[in-house]
Design a protein around this ligand. Structure first.
Ligand SMILES: [Zn+2]
Ligand SMILES: [Zn+2]
Length: 306
């Protein structure tokens, strides 16, 4: 499986996941030409997108022009029935998708197959957009019965034990690190917006996100989580360095080696490859021969610390 953030933040959200010869987008919060340009930057195109999954109906997560593009290219949209009213009201593209039988509905917690080799489960999360979901995707089963798993949660004001349980034992966890509480409180934003962001139906702070990741790690097989992707950073009320430092401190404290990827709004992130068995890997410790060329490696691998 391959995970790529194409854009993340209040200016538009799109992520790409590929498994074998199947590709999907989580959210479609940029226009179709912008998505095409971002896909091209990571060596892909719209022709590698077979399905789009929608988290919720805030307009940084979908664009009507993109839903119209899905209709023209007969790409199905998976969403929740709670999204229909808003989309029917504001999107001709959605109406066209519905008329063409291209709208698929997921139910909370129910596993649904996106392709023969890729399953998804929608995880309800609290956010002030009505029905809002994270996802757990599993696919790429290998000869030993293992598979890769990805957890994705953005746009949530709080989290609970059930969500942490549902995200346990993933190889890649993508979580919103929206704001730093002090920067949010001291921002020039109006008090209502600040309260909205900080509230249980707003967005996760760096501290809340770190606590969620820690709770997921405590429920996971040691060494399973290899990548943390930090999503939806506020330009105004967060800094990539603060988000990264918060996660790094927690990983160091728990003595786990997890690569941290901080998503950007204006350019795609480097594609993250999840290969092979999902079982915890033991890092090879063979001594490097003098003069041999170092093989390219991930930034960090489980098993190298403790
Ligand atoms: Zn958003
Ligand atoms: Zn939102």
């Amino acid at each position: 499986m391959r995970f790529t953030v194409l854009a993340s933040g209040s200016g538009g959200n799109v992520c790409s996941i590929e498994s074998a010869d199947f590709g999907l987008l989580i959210d479609a919060g940029l226009g179709p030409r912008q998505i095409a340009a971002r896909l091209q930057e990571v060596g892909r195109s719209w022709s590698s997108v077979q399905v789009v999954l929608l988290t919720h109906t805030h307009t940084d997560h979908w664009k009507d022009a993109t839903l119209q593009h899905l209709h023209r290219h007969r790409i199905p949209l998976w969403c929740h029935s709670g999204h229909h009213t808003v989309l029917r009201t504001y999107s001709d593209g959605f109406l066209a998708l519905e008329a063409a039988g291209l709208v698929r509905s997921f139910a909370p917690f129910e596993a649904f197959p996106l392709s023969p080799g890729l399953r998804c489960r929608a995880l309800p999360i609290r956010h002030d957009s009505g029905a809002t979901f994270g996802f757990r995707l599993e696919g790429g089963a290998d000869l030993f019965g293992g598979c890769n798993a990805i957890g994705y949660v953005a746009d949530l004001g709080c989290w609970d034990d059930e969500l942490a349980d549902r995200l346990a034992d993933v190889d890649l966890l993508a979580v919103e690190f929206n704001h730093d509480v002090a920067l949010e409180r001291n921002s020039k934003r109006g008090p209502r917006l600040i309260q909205r962001v900080l509230g249980d139906e707003g967005h996760l702070s760096n501290v809340q996100a770190v606590d969620l990741v820690r709770a997921v790690l405590c429920r996971s097989t040691k060494g399973r989580l290899r990548h943390l992707v930090q999503l939806h950073l506020s330009r105004e009320c967060n800094r990539p360095a603060l988000a990264r430092a918060a996660a790094r401190e927690m990983f160091d404290e728990l003595r786990v080696a997890v690569a941290i990827h901080t998503a950007k709004q204006d350019e795609p992130g480097a594609p993250i490859h999840l290969n092979g068995s999902a079982r915890p890997r033991v890092a090879a410790r063979s001594p490097r021969r003098r003069g041999s060329r170092a093989l390219p490696t991930q930034p960090s691998l489980p098993g190298l610390i403790d």
